[in-house]
Design a binder for this molecule. Structure first.
Ligand SMILES: Nc1ncnc2c1ncn2[C@@H]1O[C@H](COP(=O)(O)OP(=O)(O)OP(=O)(O)O)[C@@H](O)[C@H]1O
Ligand SMILES: CC(=O)N[C@H]1[C@@H]2OC[C@@H](O2)[C@@H](O)[C@@H]1O[C@H](C)C(=O)O
Length: 376
């Protein structure tokens, strides 16, 4: 009889939209890789005041330590609420949950300086929920000389890997990252550049909405090719992996700098250009690193942007790449749940004292058990 463990994964990513949670059952027998079942999912949007404060903390400002500590407590309360929701909807008692794996909220990511910060208060989550909490998954990889990101490629391999065909998993969240899963178990992965972060900022400014639903606004604009070329000249894009990025680089001021050379542009045309920028950076990364991948599976919120998915397919075609673009839905995991499930999986690895990083991806000196435990 395989032994089953219930683990919760919580992710709040660079889009700063809210918290995704999954309650997952991990069963394993005879040293076989764990089988994972999603038992329940939950999503809690950030209250506007919290989102605003998190946004403020993305850049240097006054009294940051104090503000960060207060935000960490508010976040922990929201994470605990997400745990409660998952448990009450499934009538599961906290004593039945082996652990909560929680990413926290990235407010700085500077691996080149030896640090990354995911603000959080895991001690408070443990106190509020009465469950073991595992947090701070990135620091150990950075301590070992790695980028601390992306961490999901090992999880992608565990759930989406296939020995018959090379697969690409492309996450389009705030930032985009790819995992190239070879048939022989070889894995490559890195952050390709912005996902939705710049498009979200621009549409919020000009249309007052959180995101361009289905890419409808972008699809009605005209791409400004000279602006696109300036964006594509961003040095990060030409850096060889291992590499990772975030709002530290791709922020509103980055966009302002690119736009400075193009006064009086139509706002909708800028949105069209940003959508094409996201699609082409992903397509370039796939064409250069996964030449023979026939299958490209997209997860993250960008998978719900039909226009962006179409642009990605088109950009692959323009690069003579054979890949067909699908959503991870057809592999049985909803695009919205992949990252939260990954943090449940990373917690499972921690519990079993198994490595969570892939040094071939992050550039760390070796495999490391990731995360810190806050016992209940
Ligand atoms: N229907 C939709 N149409 C267009 N865009 C959408 C749609 N649904 C979600 N999105 C986009 O997806 C984003 C959220 O994606 P997701 O939750 O994957 O990001 P994240 O987890 O914060 O990011 P990261 O992977 O960088 O940590 C939204 O901000 C929005 O831009
Ligand atoms: C520092 C940080 O929070 N990085 C995130 C971000 O969001 C997407 C991309 O950039 C990825 O590198 C990473 O998240 C996923 C979960 C990862 O580590 O694989």
């Amino acid at each position: 009889m395989p032994e089953s463990q219930l683990i919760i994964g919580l992710m709040s990513g660079t889009s700063l939209d809210g918290v995704d949670g999954v309650l997952a059952a991990f069963s394993s027998s005879d040293n076989a890789p764990a089988h994972i079942d999603t038992v329940a999912t939950a999503y809690l949007p950030f209250p506007p005041v919290l989102r605003k404060e998190l946004m403020r903390l993305q850049a240097p400002g006054d009294n940051e330590i104090h503000r960060e500590a207060l935000v960490a407590n508010q976040l922990a309360e929201l994470y605990a609420e997400c745990v409660d929701k998952l448990l009450s909807e499934t009538s599961v008692d906290p004593t039945q949950v082996r652990a909560v794996g929680v990413h926290g909220q990235t407010i700085r990511h500077r691996p080149e300086l030896g640090y990354t910060r995911q603000t959080n208060n895991p001690a408070l989550i443990a106190e509020l929920c009465g469950v073991d909490v595992i947090a701070d998954f990135r620091s150990r990889d950075i301590a070992a000389g790695g980028q601390g990101a992306p961490l999901v490629p090992a999880f992608h391999q565990a759930v989406f890997g296939n020995s018959d065909t090379v697969r690409v998993i492309a996450n389009i969240g705030g930032i985009s990252n790819i995992s190239v899963l070879g048939c022989d178990g070889d894995i490559l992965g890195f952050d390709t550049g912005p996902g939705n972060v710049l498009m979200d900022a621009w549409v919020a400014e000009h249309r007052g909405v959180a995101y361009d639903a289905n890419g409808l606004w972008a699809s009605g604009g005209n791409v400004v090719y000279a602006l696109l070329a300036d964006m594509q000249a961003e040095p990060y894009l030409a850096v060889a992996p291992p590499k990772s990025t975030g709002r530290d680089l791709f922020h509103r001021a980055w966009l302002a700098q690119k736009l400075a050379g193009f006064p009086n542009l139509n706002a909708q045309d800028v949105q069209a250009t940003l959508a094409t920028f996201t699609a082409t950076t992903l397509a370039d990364a796939i064409a250069q690193n996964a030449r023979n991948a026939l299958e490209v599976y997209v997860c993250g919120g960008g998978a719900y942007n039909a226009h962006l998915m179409q642009l990605l397919q088109q950009a692959l075609g323009e690069r003579n790449h054979p890949g067909l673009v699908h959503s991870t839905d057809i592999l049985g995991v909803s695009p919205n749940h992949v990252e939260a499930l990954a943090f449940a999986w990373l917690a499972y690895r921690h519990i079993n004292r198994e490595a969570g990083n892939l040094s071939a991806v992050t550039g760390a000196k070796g495999s490391r058990v990731l995360g810190a435990l806050y016992p209940k």
